[in-house]
Design a protein around this ligand. Structure first.
Ligand SMILES: Cc1cc2nc3c(=O)[nH]c(=O)nc-3n(C[C@H](O)[C@H](O)[C@H](O)COP(=O)(O)OP(=O)(O)OC[C@H]3O[C@@H](n4cnc5c(N)ncnc54)[C@H](O)[C@@H]3O)c2cc1C
Length: 413
């Protein structure tokens, strides 16, 4: 049973960032990864493009995005520069207009390039990555250090960093093992819940699944109270809604409600936030006058919405899609404009654990040193990445958290 200086559980972005930092500090480090290949979740990031926060801004500027539990991340973010980290890895970025913050940043060459650069950086620094090594148990040794059991063998190490990810998208290997390991060491784990996932709603939209409203303002309400609002491209699905504003609101929902509780959560979508209801009605009436024979189902002129969406909303207002627009009354147009400005949906379930992108909840901040991610009760034990309690919205915040906390944990050894 050879003894390692440091073992890291999980070869995702947090584990690899930690490993590079440990190795650069001069310690030997082995990363144990249960999958046959590292970084499966990272490869999915940003649809394969890896969406990042703006590397030109101080990482600490992102702190607010993690909500109240993000206070714990302040020290790790303050000492982490995404620009320097990417430069060290030799990874470039590209900017694109659009996204929830007006401009989005992606990795040039995509997630594959980022993962390859992390693995190359790890190899250059002397990190050993062992795949097919699922950690099943871990324990403290009497004389200090840890024993780590995989299906194949038992490892001994002086320091242990657990970066086994959250519990969502379990097909990537991140299925909650890290919480179990944290529990073994007596750490409190805040109830994990799926976030950044599509929302199942009533009504749902099987007839227009795949259609988007390019610029929608969505408000999340509970009871009579407004919880949050997000603007962006809203995607209609068989079960409800998705797209960046819906995903971000699923995080707000998870922050506001106990796990598994979607009770009383409602969404109200304004599908044309720059036009008033009156203006939309006027546009309808003008079109009805100038092209009365045109059928509503071909009405892609309306409030910049796709014709199929307009037809669906018209159907919900009792107007058949095949009706010629010259035959639609003012009162009917007012009802249709009402659906465009205020489409109400009831959320019928929290996001699905199998396709939500991240997990909110996890290893509680109060048990950890925010500078080093080290356990306050078990010296030598650290946690990093999505396994920690905070989670961020779309826009690169979750990779930032994985890198910053991984780096903080690894650098402090
Ligand atoms: C579809 C999708 C798109 C996303 N897009 C973005 C995006 O564009 N930008 C962004 O910032 N974030 C994005 N995210 C979130 C981001 O990918 C994660 O937050 C990030 O990967 C977390 O990094 P991590 O290292 O903490 O955990 P993970 O990436 O989950 O890595 C943990 C690793 O630990 C391994 N492991 C688990 N248990 C064990 C065990 N018992 N023994 C050994 N190994 C184990 C897992 O197999 C895995 O490889 C996306 C997520 C998904 C699912």
């Amino acid at each position: 049973m050879a003894e390692q200086s440091c073992i890291i559980v999980g070869a995702g972005p947090a584990g690899l960032a930690a490993a590079i930092a440990v190795a650069r500090g001069g310690r030997g480090v082995v990363v144990l990864e249960k999958n046959a290949r590292p970084g499966r979740k990272l490869l999915l990031a940003g649809g394969g493009r890896a969406n990042l926060t703006d590397p030109d801004l101080p990482s600490l500027d992102a702190a607010e995005a993690y909500g109240r539990s993000g206070r714990f991340l302040h020290q790790a973010l303050a000492s982490f520069s995404l620009a320097e980290f990417l430069k060290e890895l030799g990874v470039g970025t590209e900017r694109e207009e659009g996204g929830p913050r007006g401009e989005s940043v992606f990795v040039r060459g995509g997630s594959r390039r980022l993962l390859d650069a992390l693995l190359a950086g790890a190899e250059r620094s002397g990190v050993e990555v062992v795949c097919g090594a699922a950690v099943r148990a871990a324990a403290r040794l009497g004389g200090g250090g840890f024993e780590v059991r995989t299906s194949r063998r038992v490892w001994k190490c002086g320091r242990l960093i657990v970066a086994a990810g959250g519990m969502t998208y379990p097909s990537t290997g991140s299925c909650g093992d890290g919480y179990r390991l944290a529990g073994i060491f007596g750490h409190e784990v805040e109830a994990p819940r799926p976030a950044l996932g599509a929302l199942a709603t009533e009504p749902c939209f099987p007839d227009i699944a795949g259609v988007s409203a390019a610029d929608a303002l969505i408000t999340l309400r509970r009871g009579g109270r407004k919880l949050a609002a997000r603007r962006g491209a809203l995607l209609f699905t068989h079960r409800g809604v998705s797209g960046p504003p819906a995903l971000d609101l699923s995080l707000e929902m998870a922050r506001a409600a106990p796990p598994d509780d979607a009770a009383d959560m409602r969404l109200v979508a304004d599908l044309s936030p720059d036009l008033t209801r009156e203006r939309i009605v006027d546009e309808f009436l003008a079109a009805a006058k100038s092209r009365p024979k045109r059928r509503l189902e071909n009405a892609d002129w309306c409030a910049a919405l796709p014709a199929r969406l307009t037809a669906e909303l018209a159907g919900r207002a009792g107007i058949p899609a095949a009706r010629r627009i010259g035959q639609i009354s003012r009162r009917e147009f007012i009802a249709l404009a009402g659906n465009i400005k205020s489409l109400a949906m009831t959320v019928v379930a929290p996001p699905d654990v199998n396709d939500a992108m991240v997990t909110l909840g996890g290893v509680a901040a109060k048990g950890l040193d925010p500078y080093t991610m080290e356990s306050r009760t078990v010296p030598g034990l650290r946690f990093a990445g999505e396994l920690l309690a905070p989670a961020g919205p779309c826009g690169g915040y979750n990779l930032l958290m994985a890198f910053a906390t991984g780096r903080a944990a690894g650098k402090s050894l």
